[in-house]
Design a binder for this molecule. Structure first.
Ligand code: URA
Length: 232
């Protein structure tokens, strides 16, 4: 891979920026300062340092974020902060969120640069479970749980597909769905005469929201976590 592509894929800067940075002598390859960015390197073996820091190439990067309320699931927005604004030193370019959470929804958001995986995780064909902790305005009855599980009319052509619904030890609703319709959870609760007052996603497929990841924080997935979503 060309050095300029390598550096821009690793989000050191745009192609033209990295060209300048290389020219200025900020980059070494295998211990040698280089001045030309059109040289070829081995992206997996060459030791590339930028300002003394090792730059490691990965084709795909996967990030888990605990999304806070008040932040848009978007790449950029003129008015509101976005989830991408929360990722300061982005470990890769072209990152995007896999699906979206409403502005007021908190919890597990997967962000990556792997379009194929994203497509698979979002496709209804693959039935990826998403579990939400739902704070409701009114108590949720046994009949409501049954209706949510069987499928409710939320105003679309089709009722919602079978889901799992139960109450946790605090009486809060845990709802697991594997579709991703617009405002689905809120509309499902409306369909049973209730109203969502807080919504937090606590799992997405095999991924669980880590207890130690505070709202607004993110980290890259570890190898086991990546394997669990990539090879499912
Ligand atoms: N369902 C909703 O209504 N909102 C979300 O953010 C996610 C699921």
């Amino acid at each position: 891979m060309r050095l300029d592509r390598f550096l821009s894929e690793c989000n050191v800067g745009s192609r033209s920026q990295v060209k300048e940075l290389v020219k200025k002598g900020f980059v070494t390859v295998d211990g040698v300062a280089v001045k030309k960015s059109d040289i070829n390197i081995d992206e997996n073996k060459s030791i590339v340092l930028f300002k003394g820091k090792r730059i490691i190439y990965r084709q795909f990067v996967y990030i888990i974020m605990n999304k806070p309320a008040g932040v848009l699931t978007a790449s950029r927005d003129k008015k509101s902060p976005t989830v991408m604004d929360l990722i300061k030193d982005k470990p890769a370019k072209d990152l995007f969120a896999v699906g979206r959470l409403d502005k007021d929804t908190t919890g597990l958001l997967l962000i990556c640069n792997d379009g194929e995986l994203s497509h698979r995780l979002l496709s209804p064909r693959y039935h990826v479970d998403k579990t939400y902790l739902v704070g409701c305005e009114k108590p949720v009855s046994e009949d409501d749980l049954k209706a949510l599980e069987e499928g409710v009319d939320i105003g679309d052509e089709e009722k919602t597909l079978p889901a799992k619904a139960c109450l946790d030890e605090n009486g809060d609703l845990l709802l697991t769905i594997h579709e991703g319709r617009y405002h689905q959870v809120k509309r499902m609760l409306e369909a049973v005469g209730n109203c969502v007052v807080s919504l937090k996603r606590i799992s997405f497929g095999s991924l669980l929201l880590p207890n130690d990841l505070k709202e607004g924080e993110w980290r890259e997935l570890n190898k086991d976590e990546i394997d669990s979503i990539v090879f499912k």
